[in-house]
Write a protein that binds this ligand. Structure first.
Ligand code: 26W
Length: 844
């Protein structure tokens, strides 16, 4: 197939048709059933086949560039980045590829000629949901930026057979179903059995001399099996670079055996036990659905080791093929550790260098530290990974031994540097109290440690990792997150993309700072009207989606009602994982206050609002699940109350994933970024929403702080306690009763949680009470404390929305000032400060 090179390319259209027909009849075998044309396939309803044939045809086109990219990296012997991440939340691949290959119009033309729309075909593809939330989606944005910026950077991860669970909302409760994303095959990946590697668990170490561990050792009596890689191409935007996402698989699952009821209870261990006959085979089977919470499960450790061991063996093998000496490894390869999940790469690289390559310990340590960089994504204590020492020692005896040696040297250095400060030694030790602290290992074994927003990095330096900052100040740096504008505007919001390009040209697609030029239209009413109209059309599409695809369902899954939302109302969106620190509960309590106010003042007129929630809760996170149920109880009450339901409505969108995000975020007027200050490392949904023309109501947390610096405080709705105030209150001791005893409206809301006013169902009352007690007892995340200032700020939001032009102007200023938040900028900073890769323009 020819490569597309100019605006609308008729040659490309012809060869695309040929390619689709070839794959339909031959690769997919429809020819055997008598199909000879694409139209026949359509008439017979083979839509999935059309999707797959299209994917294969595009892949053929990608393949030449992929081969060229690989061979050029080899020939030029350039430094390459290996991004290690346990999660990649890529979503669908078709859209990414159409955008980056610049062939969307051509594909539409072909589909149009056979009576299909691109949407129909796109909807066939299952999301690749190999991640929980922000961290996984960031990894996907980074891959897009690396390829677009022509940097040699590849992703390594795990090919989970089941990605993040599919969420259903039944009678207001979250129910989890296994995500069988591979059940119809995956046309984008290529299995590479020839690159399989052996992974070993268990056994015991023996060594050549008895000197404690620093010499060549061998593990005997272990259990071995294979990890097999699957490669997916990652195309850059409008260039010839195609990098690789390599995902490791260890199993062939049997879908029929999956125990869904155990899964529903959040009991992953049991749900998985019967899926596969052999424990080893389960290793890479299911993504752990926890975000910011680490239950320290053995299976998860095994998964992490598969990722780490398979990847670094692969990296080392390919490196050795270049003929470069092992001492130069860190000059030719960089490894970035995405949170601590892949941090065992440090000990695994040490093991391979010392035991397999015969490198002397101190030299190996030098190479390892210079190769690795660590990115922290959370300050939540319950998310910081710690493994039980016995478990780690039993599962990975040599790696554990290596940790002990690293820790011994490390503690000795602390003792020397800080003149015998044993408290400091204890705080910084990698092994303490029978646990291995992975963040400590990651910092000690990396030459770079970064947070993901300025505020987050300063909290790492001054608080969470303070001792480490004292010891290694030169290692710490900030890399504020970003998002790829190709996925989040160009693909998700085509109309807005056209408008921007019409006004300022298409340079913004690869240089987001150019959106600044839109500022000059801030008083251009015609332009502002166009922005409003595009938003209205996006809202209309979401309204249809809600009506058709997001009905309210009973416990048994029967449709109870369809919800019609008013596109004249403010679309107020909070879309992110459900976590107490993100404070979906504060949003819900505000809605209850608003409801009370409207009930108490019949005839009161407000700007109508639709409150849209989308969130998955970890399967075993009870409090989060209660909050989902509470939101849905409120929805039931409010949506059915004729006194208010013309003014406010609540919709909980089930199964939030990347594809739904594209529909939801582009239709939002208001973006809820209301975490307790100091706890959201960065946030990236905040950026997606602002770029798509939603105004932010938020706290001074994560990247909101930098957004407010760029956009201007006056163009956002910032409220609530600042990080220092949260810290002070925590130090003083916070009593939530002080808040509700002094605020009648909040007191009223507390009474409603405890009483029978909202529901008389015993199970619902139990949920509400649970929430009541969590607030009354500790209110750990200061929901009540910030509630009043949140409500006051929401009133300002409504007032502004009533002034159509003032609102639109602020929207425009938000979009125009978001240039900093492209992942291209983030990747450039990682590269300038940490990786030092050279740009490789393929085929020039
Ligand atoms: C061990 C369980 C576990 C699983 C995932 C612990 C921690 C995580 C992640 C680090 C949680 C996460 O996704 N963090 C988010 O990372 C985003 C990308 O940097 C940030 O924008 C979010 O603020 C942060 O919550």
């Amino acid at each position: 197939m020819k490569t597309k090179n100019d605006e609308t390319d008729n040659n490309f259209i012809d060869s695309l048709r040929e390619g689709i027909l070839y794959h339909l009849t031959k690769t997919l075998g429809l020819g055997l059933t008598g199909v000879t044309t694409i139209k026949e396939a359509v008439h017979q309803g083979h839509i999935r086949h059309i999707y797959k044939a299209l994917a294969h045809a595009l892949r053929d086109d990608i393949m030449d560039k992929w081969i060229a990219t690989n061979s050029e990296y080899r020939e030029k012997d350039v430094k390459q980045l290996c991004y290690l991440s346990a999660e990649y939340l890529t979503g669908r691949f078709l859209g990414n590829n159409l955008i980056n290959m610049c062939v969307k119009n051509e594909v539409k033309t072909v589909l149009d000629s056979i009576g299909l729309t691109l949407n129909e075909i796109e909807d066939v593809e299952m999301d690749a949901g190999l991640g929980n939330g922000g961290l996984g989606r960031l990894a996907a944005c980074f891959l897009d930026s690396l390829a677009t910026m022509e940097l040699p950077g590849h992703g390594y991860g795990l090919r989970y057979d089941y990605g993040i669970f599919r969420q259903e909302i039944l009678d207001g409760y979250q129910v989890e179903h296994p995500d069988e994303w591979l059940c119809h095959g995956n046309p984008w990946e290529i299995k590479r059995e020839e690159d399989a590697v052996v992974i070993r668990f268990g056994g015991r170490t023996v060594r050549e001399d008895m000197k404690k561990g620093k010499c060549k050792s061998e593990v005997v009596g272990c259990e071995s099996f294979l990890a097999i890689p699957f490669d997916t191409p990652v195309s850059g935007y409008s260039n010839k670079t195609v990098n690789t996402l390599r995902l490791w698989s260890t199993s062939v699952p049997d879908y029929s055996q999956f125990d869904i009821s155990a899964f529903d209870k959040g009991d992953y261990g049991n749900a998985l036990k019967d899926v596969l006959c052999h424990d080893d085979l389960t290793m890479v089977s299911v993504l752990y659905p926890n975000d910011n919470h680490d239950p320290g499960k053995r299976l998860r450790l095994k998964q992490q080791y598969v990722l780490v061991s398979a990847s670094i063996q692969d990296i080392l093998r390919k490196y050795k093929e270049t003929g470069n000496p092992i001492e130069m490894f860190h000059e030719k390869r960089a490894v970035q550790i995405n949170d601590t999940h892949p941090s065992l790469v440090i000990t695994e690289l040490m093991r391979l260098l010392v035991d397999e390559e015969g490198v002397e310990w101190e030299k190996a340590w030098d190479i390892t530290v210079n190769t690795c960089g660590y990115t922290n994504h959370t300050v939540m204590k319950e998310a910081l990974e710690q493994w039980d020492s016995h478990m780690l020692g039993e599962l990975l005896p040599r790696n554990y031994e290596i940790i002990e040696i690293i820790n011994h040297d490390h503690c000795k250095r602390i003792f020397e540097k800080f003149e015998g400060d044993m408290d400091k030694v204890r705080r910084m030790s990698i092994i303490e109290d029978g646990r291995v602290r992975m963040a400590n290992l990651a910092v000690v074994g990396s030459h770079s440690v970064n947070g993901v927003a300025e505020l987050h990095t300063s909290i790492l330096k001054n608080d969470v990792l303070r001792d480490f900052y004292d010891m290694f100040p030169e290692r710490f740096n900030n890399k504020t997150n970003g998002i790829t504008q190709r996925k989040w505007i160009l693909n998700a919001n085509p109309e807005l993309s056209h408008l921007i390009t019409d006004k300022i040209g298409k340079g913004w697609v690869t240089d987001l700072s150019m959106v600044k030029e839109l500022e000059k239209f801030a008083d251009d009413e015609a332009f502002l009207n166009e922005i409003i109209e595009i938003k209205q059309r996006n809202k209309k599409r979401l309204q249809e989606y809600i009506y058709n695809s997001n009905p309210v369902k009973s416990e048994t899954g029967d449709i109870v009602e369809r919800v019609n939302v008013d596109i004249g109302s403010i679309f107020d969106v909070q879309a992110k994982r459900l976590h107490e620190y993100k404070r979906q509960l504060m949003n819900a309590l505000y809605i209850l206050m608003l409801y009370n106010e409207l009930k108490g003042n019949p005839g009161k007129s407000i700007v109508p609002r639709t409150f849209l929630f989308a969130a998955k809760s970890a399967a075993g996170y009870d409090q989060a699940k209660s909050i989902i149920k509470f939101i849905n109880v409120l929805a039931k009450v409010i949506n059915h109350d004729p006194d208010v339901n013309q003014l406010i409505k609540i919709v909980f969108l089930e199964n939030y994933n990347v594809s739904l995000a594209e529909k939801l975020l582009t239709a939002a007027d208001v973006s809820e970024q209301i975490s307790t200050a100091g706890l959201e490392a960065s946030g990236t949904g905040n950026m997606k929403l602002a770029l798509n023309g939603a105004l932010t109501i938020g706290t001074m947390d994560g990247a909101n702080v930098e957004m407010s610096e760029e956009i201007g405080m006056e163009n956002m709705f910032i409220f609530g306690m600042r990080t220092e105030e949260v810290n002070d209150l925590n130090a003083q001791g916070y009593n939530p009763a002080d808040v509700y005893n002094n605020d009648r409206d909040i007191q009223r809301v507390m009474e409603q949680l405890r009483g029978e006013e909202l529901t008389n169902s015993p199970s619902e009352m139990e949920v509400l009470r649970k929430i009541y007690y969590s607030l009354e007892k500790s209110d750990r995340f200061f929901v009540l404390k910030d509630l009043r200032s949140y409500k006051d700020m929401q009133e300002k939001v409504s007032a502004l929305y009533a002034d159509r032009m003032a609102w639109a102007k602020m929207v425009l200023l938000n979009i125009a000032r978001m240039g900093k938040f492209s992942s291209d900028r983030t990747i450039k900073q990682y590269n300038d400060d940490i990786w030092h890769l050279e740009n490789v323009a393929i085929g020039s």
